[in-house]
Design a protein around this ligand. Structure first.
Ligand code: ADP
Ligand code: ADP
Ligand code: MG
Length: 679
């Protein structure tokens, strides 16, 4: 076995590889870009070498620097992780030339599987079933269109060199073919430097089912069962599970043997994944009718390998290291067992409600459910970030992978739902709430899987609102009073449960609040009653909701606060980011802005008040209209800048003469937002 390896990657996969190496007593060398100097993968390794600038082409893709780092530190082997150089046969060859072991397949196997069209020709010869299609070298546009006609619409045009869901066009009718071809070729050339395409029949009701294979250098090849990765957005995986729901054992074996044949056909060594597209010609309830076709082979460790680890009890990185060191596969096919069910959710910095646009920002809060790394844990989190880290635009938008295991799919689903509720991320837009909706959707819960699941369930997946307004206000008020009581108690060094909750000391019997909920401003009034209880009124007039408000700290289950209001009980953890409160509950999360009336009244008195923007930002809300009479300290508008909300309050009593900006508009620093006239 190796004494020291270099990990040519970053983020969660670098941490993942380092953890197994540590367990096996292998020393590790990290490489990092200038942007990653403080990254977790650097501290996860025994040594670290800076290899250049933030952009991947200046660091993680620079072979010479990486090989130099390996030489300088005495590493014997290089683990490429996934992405970056993992499927680059030139790099694999350069490692060999430098006397280093590349922890992956031989360069020739990477090359053979690198181009989709060529690999399909090879697989055809090896007897692996292919999607009906055209994979020829002749790229004449008229010929391609004739082939599409022969295959029959709908068809899929794919960049032969493509990957990561890029360079694919579905075409439903001949009229649309020419434009789709041109745009696919353009994207293929731009992204992969190769305009060649292939054409395939578009499989109806398709499921993505892939087989994990492993081969050693002694001629042994096994399959470690399948993963179902049908839940996708933009042809990219979101949820992955093992085993595939409803998989008939005979089909598992046939697909497993086909994958082994594919690996043998290219002289494969190490971990690989053979991806199949599976047709469900008789619908979801007839898995026995499923037909599978080879799609491509990924010649590396896959992002979703943990679900296979969870159902086999094996550490696939350990297997990779053993095979690369020349050992035989630890187990033969008949010794492999599949037990239980596992699901992985990819936690990404992105905005599902806005076309899944990737997001950046700082992890102001990043709290995880109770979990452990590795193998057969019930809840496992693989990540490479910590609270306070920045998700930058330079790298992948995946923040973490959440993997759950259960004896049955039902149990795994319940654990996933619970774990997602306990994963609290503030400061970066993310897909946690969206994933929860997917997990709870009818299609996913009943395993009616195909790659169009997200489109089909769109009505319930986007813009979820799991916490109703009155509950959000009650939680926000309870949180504020609880925090005030805690800090007052800390100052007085009192038992917090003895301290009054802030307003008795001000001599008030009731207290007003104002909240922003979406575009609406919501007033609330809390009254302290003689019997020591609190009465909360949320909203005004007929729409008002009123009831006793109760709260207590640490209600159990890992939650910070228990709140009862208007007949409902909520467990919650609240994170404040300026005036914005992020509320997490077992039912889901919400954000509400508390306009701090007391603080703003104080500010304006001290500073003489100002109607100008304190920094460049965006107007989130204007709370008044021209002609409104306003009191000193009353909130007039809310500005968002640097991800924080700032309230502009009236410096004195008066009447609103003019509103100069509308919600959504950008304002420069120092710009006046409104004009007040004297009363
Ligand atoms: P997998 O096939 O392992 O499930 P995906 O299909 O989601 O992974 O992505 C395909 C490949 O593209 C993966 O190896 C992924 O790491 C890689 N990839 C995607 N985006 C980036 C990026 N920004 N930087 C490096 N690699 C990336
Ligand atoms: P990539 O290299 O980008 O991962 P793949 O060839 O693996 O490209 O395809 C990615 C996804 O596109 C699949 O998981 C599947 O959802 C969809 N897809 C690919 N081929 C077909 C097809 N012939 N019919 C329907 N969907 C397909
Ligand atoms: Mg793929």
């Amino acid at each position: 076995m190796f004494a020291k390896i270099l990990i040519a990657n970053r983020g969660e996969i670098a941490c993942r590889v380092a953890a197994t190496a540590r367990r096996l007593g292998i020393r590790t060398v990290a490489v990092y870009s200038e942007a990653d100097a403080q990254a977790r993968h650097v501290s996860a390794c025994d040594e670290a070498v800076c290899i250049g600038g933030a952009a991947p082409q200046d660091s993680y893709l620079r072979w010479e620097r990486i090989l130099e780092a390996a030489r300088a530190t005495g590493a014997q082997a290089i683990h490429p992780g996934y992405g970056f150089l993992s499927e680059n046969e030139g790099f694999a060859q350069a490692c060999a030339d430098a006397g280093l072991v590349f922890i992956g397949p031989p360069p020739a196997a990477i090359a053979a599987m690198g181009l989709k069209a060529e690999s399909k020709r090879l697989m055809e010869a090896a007897g692996v079933p292919l999607v009906p299609g055209y994979h020829g070298a002749d790229q004449d546009a008229r010929l391609l269109k004739a082939e599409a006609e022969r295959i029959g619409y709908p068809v899929l045009i794919k960049a032969s060199a493509g990957g990561g869901g890029k360079g694919m066009r579905r075409v439903d009718a001949p009229e649309a073919f020419d434009d789709a071809l041109a745009s696919c070729q353009r994207e293929a050339l731009n992204s992969f430097g190769d305009a060649a395409v292939l054409i395939e029949k578009y499989v109806q009701r398709p499921r993505h089912i892939e087989i994990q294979v492993f081969a050693d250098a002694h001629g042994n090849v096994v399959y470690l069962f399948e993963r179902d990765c049908s839940v996708q957005r933009r042809h990219q995986k979101v949820l992955e599970e093992a085993p595939a729901p409803g998989m008939p054992p005979q089909l598992r074996e046939r697909m497993g043997l086909a994958a082994v044949a594919a690996a043998r056909a290219v002289g494969y060594v190490g971990a690989g994944t053979v991806e199949f597209i599976v047709e469900q010609p008789q619908g979801y309830d007839h898995p026995e009718a499923m037909r599978f076709y080879f799609m491509e082979m990924n010649t590396r460790l896959q992002v979703e390998h943990p679900v296979t680890e969870a159902i086999t009890g094996l550490d696939l990185v350990e297997w990779q290291l053993r095979v690369a060191a020349g050992e035989r596969l630890p187990l033969a096919q008949h010794e492999l067992r599949l037990q239980g069910h596992a699901i992985e959710a990819r936690i990404c910095a992105e905005n599902p409600d806005n076309h899944f646009l990737p997001a950046t920002g700082t992890l102001a809060a990043y709290r995880k459910p109770a979990c452990s790394a590795f193998a057969v844990a019930d809840v496992r989190i693989d990540d490479g970030v910590a609270e306070g880290d920045t998700i930058s635009p330079h790298y992948d938008s995946m923040i973490a992978k959440l993997i759950v295991r259960g004896d049955t799919r039902e149990q795994a689903l319940a654990r996933l739902d619970q774990a997602l509720a306990q994963l609290h991320i503030v400061g970066v837009a993310n897909n946690v709430a969206f994933l929860r909706q997917v997990v709870r959707s009818e299609s996913f819960a009943r395993a009616r899987l195909d790659t169009a699941l997200i489109e089909r369930e769109a009505a319930v997946l986007f813009h979820p609102q799991p916490v109703p307004l009155p509950a959000a206000v009650a939680i926000a008020v309870a949180h504020t009073l609880h925090s005030e009581a805690c800090s007052a108690a800390a100052v007085a060094a009192h038992d917090p449960w003895d301290a009054r909750d802030g307003f008795a000391s001000h001599g008030e019997r009731s207290r007003r609040f104002a909240f922003l909920w979406g575009d609406d401003t919501v007033p609330a009034r809390l009254t302290w009653r003689r019997d020591g209880t609190h009465w909360l009124v949320v909203g005004e007039g007929d729409a008002a909701v009123a009831g006793a408000l109760r709260w207590r700290a640490s209600p159990g289950g890992g939650w910070a606060l228990g709140v009862s209001f208007a007949g409902a009980d909520w467990r919650t953890s609240v994170y404040a980011q300026g005036e914005r409160l992020h509320l997490f509950t077992p039912q889901g999360s919400a954000a509400i802005v508390e306009v701090d009336l007391l603080a703003h009244a104080g500010d304006t008195a001290a500073e003489g008040g100002s109607l100008t923007a304190p920094m460049p930002g965006k107007v989130v809300a204007v709370l008044v209209q021209p002609g409104d009479a306003v009191k000193k300290g009353q909130p007039l508008a809310v500005l968002e800048a640097m991800k924080m909300e700032h309230t502009i309050a009236a410096p004195a009593d008066g009447t609103v003469a003019e509103v100069l900006y509308a919600p959504g508009e950008q304002v420069p620093e120092g710009a006046a937002l409104l004009r007040l006239g004297a009363e």
